[in-house]
Design a protein around this ligand. Structure first.
Ligand code: IMP
Ligand code: MG
Length: 186
């Protein structure tokens, strides 16, 4: 059991995590992102492509802040396994169902770390001839980003620390925490 949804500090397998971004700060920023995207896509019907599993919580909150018509679809990649650092390779586990030819596509990511996943997905989606492909990510670890990626909308720049909560996992758990927690440096 997780002792408190919004405890300041939690212990996971003997390691301490502290709140990095609290629930209300996340909600405020997600609303701003939704408003900005709605303005930028006025007159269009974009397709939001959620990257499973990490982006589901952000995805659900983001699209409820979109005030124009939109569609949704999902794809799934595997890159991390159960480790805390990127494995350096990406696999597609679930493909898109939607036909994105001539459509305006917005990839929704939880976090951009090395940037490999985004580079891979952008080239994958572009090969299906959409009208445009943009990226929204809740978090960006800019110090860790090695690939040349254009991020169109970024919720928060964060330090190069392992984070959990609000969709982000530690060995598949802790996605249900309402705030984002970072591993404390020892
Ligand atoms: P990238 O391909 O190195 O940019 O890694 C992106 C993916 O790695 C994200 O979509 C997450 O699923 C995962 N990831 C990166 N950093 C973290 C983290 O700090 N906690 C949990 N998952 C992470
Ligand atoms: Mg992810």
């Amino acid at each position: 059991m997780i002792s408190k949804f919004n405890a300041e500090e939690i212990t996971v397998n003997g390691e301490k995590f502290e709140i990095l971004i609290d629930e209300s700060t996340i909600q405020k920023r997600v609303a701003e992102l939704g408003e900005q995207i709605s303005k930028d896509y006025e007159g269009k019907v974009p397709i939001f492509i959620g990257v499973l599993n990490g982006s589901v919580i952000f995805f659900a909150d983001l699209i409820r802040n979109i005030s124009i018509n939109c569609e949704v679809d999902f794809l799934k990649l595997s890159s991390y396994g159960d480790a805390k650092i990127s494995s350096g390779n990406v696999r597609l586990i679930k493909e898109l169902n939607a036909d994105i030819k001539d459509r305006d596509v917005i990839i929704v990511e939880d976090i951009v770390d090395t940037g490999l996943s985004i580079v891979y997905m952008k080239s994958l989606l572009k090969s299906q001839n959409p009208n445009s492909v943009k990226v929204v990510t809740l978090l960006h670890k800019s110090e860790a980003t090695k690939y040349d990626v254009k991020l169109d909308y970024v919720g928060f720049q964060i330090p190069n620390k392992f984070v959990i909560g609000y969709g982000l996992d530690h060995t598949q758990k802790y996605r249900n925490l309402r705030s984002i927690y970072a591993l404390k440096s020892t």
